[in-house]
Write a protein that binds this ligand. Structure first.
Ligand code: ZN
Length: 398
């Protein structure tokens, strides 16, 4: 087959392979790439060395191969290091999103779900990326929907009075890549675990899910607390974003229904560490983070599909580096490395429509070569040796 630029036959001799399915790391593998496709995965014969492997052979025996990362919750138009709210102009937004994309690619994040900004900058970036304007695969929700007077103004727009969420999709002609709706407030930094009222009813959300599905769109829901999450789960949404304090019953229902969870630990961790914050707020943030990590353990036991998402663009949460941090937090919360990698790869690929979530014969040949063994993950994401996207080796970002 013709394949993209650089696509002939290449064999990677890798020290370890983590295939993105959650299966344990495999030691000593030969990965054959032909054109844009991963053709075969076999064992490395230590005695035979690298002779006899087909095509051009790349010696990666000191390295671990994993699929590219997917960050399932970012805000491309926001800068977590210099949080000053929304960009002041389209040109400023463009420049910021270009920088954020570069930061993501530098840490091996080749795909994101952009969870919106009020002006829809992320959605415009996603369209251009789809036309070849960036190597980053972007699925964007565009502006999120929220109830007038409730949380969500920074990320979206309020529904006009009397308007149902489903009606907001009318006349858009499939502009969005997905739909985001806000169904609670933010976590309290004053009262630990305080639940906010849901913004919408289960039937309103279900009608939105049906209308979105008719347009080929999935629905992601910002929701914290038992009732806001329970309504979204009953409505059959695609994923719950954040999900702080949602409780075991919701987790069990999500496992049953196959609804994904994007727990976004990085921003609350950033709050817990902020030196300039009120110590009482830092303390509430720390307890909130601990509670979320307990929920993650429950989710693992129940078989909930967890997808890594960082909320990058939130204060103190930088695009790219946050994915490394979020992966570290998943592992520190009891996820074996291969399961944490699955949350950061195949789970996110399913949510974002990225083609490179799993490494198996016949799949798209998209992968990262990381220095060191599986135990060096996630820090080895700062030492990426090679990147392949659909069979094409990309230059390493500076
Ligand atoms: Zn967000």
């Amino acid at each position: 087959m013709g394949g993209p630029k650089g696509g002939g036959r290449v064999t990677l001799a890798a020290g370890w392979l983590i295939d993105g399915t959650g299966a344990p790391p495999r030691r000593g593998v030969a990965i054959a790439i032909e054109g844009s496709t991963l053709r075969a995965i076999g064992g490395l014969d230590a005695a035979a060395g690298l002779s006899g492997l087909p095509g051009e052979v790349l010696d990666c025996r000191g390295c671990t191969v994993i699929p590219p990362l997917v960050d399932s919750h970012v805000h491309l138009a926001f800068d977590g290091l210099h949080p000053g709210g929304a960009p002041r102009s389209a040109a400023a937004a463009e420049e910021r999103m270009r920088q954020n994309a570069a930061r993501l690619l530098r840490r091996g994040v080749l795909a994101v779900r952009d969870a919106g900004d009020a002006a829809g900058y992320g959605l415009r970036f996603a369209r251009r990326a789809g036309e070849g304007g960036s190597r980053l695969h972007v699925l964007s929700t565009g502006p999120a929907l929220h109830r007038p007077g409730r949380y969500g103004a920074l990320l979206g727009r309020a529904l006009p009075a009397g308007c149902q969420p489903a009606d907001a999709l009318e006349g858009e002609g499939g502009m969005r890549g997905a739909v985001k709706i806000v169904n609670s407030g933010l976590n309290s930094l004053v009262a630990f675990g305080r639940e906010t009222a849901p913004q919408f009813g289960a039937e309103e959300l279900a009608a939105l899910v049906r209308r979105a599905a008719a347009q080929g769109l999935s629905v992601l829901v910002h929701a914290n607390g038992r009732e806001p999450v329970a309504r979204a789960v009953r409505a059959g949404v695609r994923s719950i974003e954040h999900g702080f304090f949602m409780g075991r019953e919701n987790l069990a229902a999500m496992a049953e229904a196959g609804i994904a969870w994007v727990p976004t630990l990085a921003p609350i961790r950033a709050m817990a560490e902020r030196p300039e914050a009120d110590p009482r707020e830092r303390d509430v943030a720390r307890r909130t983070l601990d509670h979320q990590r307990e929920q993650l353990c429950q989710a693992r036991g129940l078989g909930v599909k967890v997808a890594l998402g960082t909320d990058a663009g939130s204060p103190g949460v930088e695009h790219g580096d946050a994915a490394v941090e979020e992966l570290r937090l998943l592992i520190a919360s009891g996820y074996p490395v291969a399961e944490a990698v699955a949350a950061a790869t195949s789970a996110g690929a399913e949510l974002s429509g990225f083609g490179g979530g799993r490494l198996r014969p016949g799949a798209e040949a998209s992968l990262l070569v990381l220095e060191g063994g599986p135990a060096d993950i996630p820090e080895s994401l700062r030492r990426i040796r090679r990147v392949f996207l659909a069979g094409e080796e990309l230059p390493l970002p500076a």
